[in-house]
Design a protein around this ligand. Structure first.
Ligand SMILES: Cc1cc2nc3c(=O)[nH]c(=O)nc-3n(C[C@H](O)[C@H](O)[C@H](O)COP(=O)(O)O)c2cc1C
Length: 438
């Protein structure tokens, strides 16, 4: 069978990835607090056979709370617990900081989710880098060496705790009165420079044994951590060349740790505004984010290296401006911004193309998203994508009905789940307890 891509979906605050999503027509402005809404969006992603949901987490909020919703879920584990009860196949992945959690807490809550979802849990083990998050724990962000030092210990400890209840330890035999085989339930007695735990964790294996490790980070320390432990990397990248380099760095790190590089999948971010045509997509994006454009023009100026007038949003760049424009080497999105500007779009339309979005942005018909995904995938730049729909209320269905069938038709995406667990969905090898190779 030819290789097919993995697709995940970002599930954040309950509205969508664009700042104005909370007040779009048809969106319940109270969705931030609605677990039912999140279950519905998860069900829509599952209808599209997506392999996983990704719930990022700080947890903290810094931003324009007067006008915009916080980015994160109320509580990622509670949200996933609700979703676990309302879905059957899709993988459930949440971020859990290795810096601001004790390994025992992480081990327990992720394994409980794994049991509850029948083997669909994944842990995005990240070190956190925001001082806003640290401040919520009364701390400062430690150095990279200390953050990653603690992360290496934490992931090992969590995996050891996951394996501390032997595979066949849970007997629950009413006749003999034997609940569990205590010989197979052992403390782990592990300690390092940063964290320690006696164990055991008192939770039996799930259908996939234990949760799948994800990671998100870009530094050499991140490569090394993911290389040892991760099966999936949640990536952020703007060009095929950069994606290739990042994917290779993670694969090299996995090989260095004694693993098969195919055990680690690099999944790139992508934002979607799927509409009947480009004009309809741009208008939708303007309705969502137009309020920010006067201020974003200031940033676009820096990307293009020419002065721009925020009071003339509906005009394209002049011939002189285009001739003088140079993409900023400081921002990898600048080349694309200049390319769009040269097509003659107005300032407002240039911004509506999402040239300052966090990930490559597709604004237009589903086939354009499918083409983007095919090009990157066939170039060997990615193993798949995690998509951030602009508005969950109709944006998930727009992707599922407008992009997924094209990818399936082209043989690039599966037509149904091949297995039942997240490990099956992402091709992660069986593992119980720590990986003896690393
Ligand atoms: C795509 C992507 C997603 C991330 N998601 C989260 C997240 O949900 N929560 C978080 O605290 N940090 C998140 N991070 C930040 C990383 O944890 C890390 O702190 C940051 O990339 C800095 O990397 P470094 O510590 O390797 O320099 C994410 C990073 C990337 C690239």
């Amino acid at each position: 069978m030819t290789k097919q891509m993995i697709i995940g979906m970002h599930l954040g605050n309950g509205y969508g990835s664009q700042p104005g999503a909370w007040r779009m027509p048809g969106v319940d402005p109270k969705n931030f607090a609605s677990f039912d809404a999140k279950v519905r969006y998860a069900q829509a992603a599952e209808r599209g056979k997506m392999q996983f949901l990704f719930l990022p987490d700080g947890p903290s909020h810094v931003g324009d709370i007067g006008n915009e919703a916080p980015h994160f879920n109320l509580d990622v584990m509670m949200t996933l617990a609700a979703i676990a009860r309302g879905t059957e196949r899709i993988g459930l992945v949440a971020t859990g900081s290795t810096t601001f959690n004790e390994p025992y807490n992480l081990a327990r809550s992720f394994k409980a989710l794994d049991i509850m979802s029948h083997g669909r849990a994944g842990w995005n083990a990240v070190t956190s880098s925001g001082e806003d998050v640290a401040a919520n724990y009364g701390q400062r962000i430690p150095s990279s060496a200390d953050r990653y030092g603690r992360a290496h210990e934490t992931v090992q400890l969590v995996q050891a705790l996951w394996g501390s209840w032997g595979k066949d330890a849970w007997v629950h035999d009413v006749e003999s009165g034997r609940f569990a085989n205590e010989d197979q339930i052992q403390p782990i007695n592990m300690g390092g420079k940063y964290v320690a735990s006696r164990g055991p964790l008192y939770i039996p294996p799930s259908e996939q044994g234990q949760p799948v490790i994800f990671h998100a980070g870009g530094s050499p320390n991140a490569h090394a951590l993911a290389g040892r432990f991760a099966n999936v990397v949640i990536g952020a990248t703007f060009t095929i060349e950069d994606a290739k380099a990042q994917r290779q760095a993670f694969r090299d790190a996995a090989e260095h740790a004694g693993r098969d590089p195919d055990e680690i999948k690099f999944i790139a971010g992508m934002m979607t505004t799927i509409a009947a045509d480009r004009r309809a997509g741009l208008d939708r994006k303007i309705a969502l984010t137009g309020r920010t454009f006067p201020q974003r023009v200031r940033y676009l100026e820096q990307m293009l290296g020419v002065p721009l007038d925020p009071s003339r949003l509906n005009e394209p760049l002049s011939k002189q401006q285009l001739a003088a424009a140079r993409p900023s080497p400081m921002d990898p999105r600048s080349r694309n911004a200049l390319k769009i500007a040269k097509e003659g779009w107005s300032l407002s339309d240039i911004l509506a193309h999402g040239v300052i979005d966090y990930h490559p942005s597709i604004v237009g018909p589903g086939v354009e998203a499918a083409d983007h995904m095919q090009e990157w995938f066939e170039a060997g730049a990615v193993d798949g994508f995690w998509i951030s729909p602009d508005v969950y209320q109709d944006g998930v269905d727009a992707f599922v009905d407008g992009v997924v069938p094209i990818l399936q038709e082209r043989g690039l995406f599966h037509r149904d789940y091949e297995g039942a667990t997240l490990r099956d969905h992402v091709g992660a090898p069986a593992q119980y307890g720590i990986d003896p190779r690393v």
